[in-house]
Design a protein around this ligand. Structure first.
Ligand SMILES: CC(C)(COP(=O)(O)OP(=O)(O)OC[C@H]1O[C@@H](n2cnc3c(N)ncnc32)[C@H](O)[C@@H]1OP(=O)(O)O)[C@@H](O)C(=O)NCCC(=O)NCCS
Length: 152
């Protein structure tokens, strides 16, 4: 099994991130979107690297005692190997170290892969934001993990 390193996201990772983002997110973030996150003091973003290649990334905003998970993606050829779970677990550990107790996120209502991942980690669906995503006007499910420490 290949070794995976998780490191803070840096500008040098952006070209690989943008390629994965395009393949992963129907409302893909722009380069300037990622760049502004790199200088946002509330934002904490990480990349998963294998042999120096970005295979996934994830990030969250720390908002008082909550972690708002804003983006999680794994390159299509590296999916279903535990990378998504590893990245989200990493975010939750990082947040816990900062004294954060709970986590929340929005996910496309039809995104079974992501919803299954979050549910398997203890997140629960708490509501729907209608037509949340401008790209296709699809709904977002709002999910919460009330106790980060209890997550698998
Ligand atoms: C969602 C995503 C990050 C999951 O990454 P991944 O590395 O494939 O996930 P993992 O291998 O860690 O899977 C962990 C669990 O999630 C669930 N899961 C992941 N992909 C799934 C799928 N396609 N269908 C059903 N369940 C799935 C399973 O419970 C899986 O556990 P298992 O493999 O033991 O059955 C990945 O599919 C992705 O990048 N999708 C596009 C971007 C995206 O939708 N991001 C989320 C935005 S909110």
């Amino acid at each position: 099994m290949r070794r995976t390193d998780i490191l803070p996201m840096e500008e040098r990772h952006l070209s690989q991130i943008l390629a994965i983002e395009k393949e992963s997110n129907p409302s893909a973030w722009s380069e300037s979107g990622f760049r502004s996150e790199l200088t946002n003091p509330q934002a904490h973003y990480f990349v998963a690297l294998q042999d120096g290649t970005v295979v996934g990334y994830a990030g969250y905003w720390s908002v008082i005692d909550e972690a708002h998970i804003t983006n999680v993606a794994v390159s299509p050829e590296h999916r279903r190997k535990g990378m998504g779970r590893t990245l989200v677990q990493y975010l939750l550990k990082d947040a816990a170290k900062r004294g954060i107790r709970c986590a929340t996120l929005e996910v496309r209502a039809g995104n079974i892969a992501a919803i299954s991942l979050y549910e398997s980690m203890g997140f629960v669906a708490c509501g729907v934001r209608k037509r949340y995503y401008p790209a296709d006007r699809s709904d977002a499910v709002v999910m919460w993990l009330y106790d980060i420490e209890a997550s698998d």
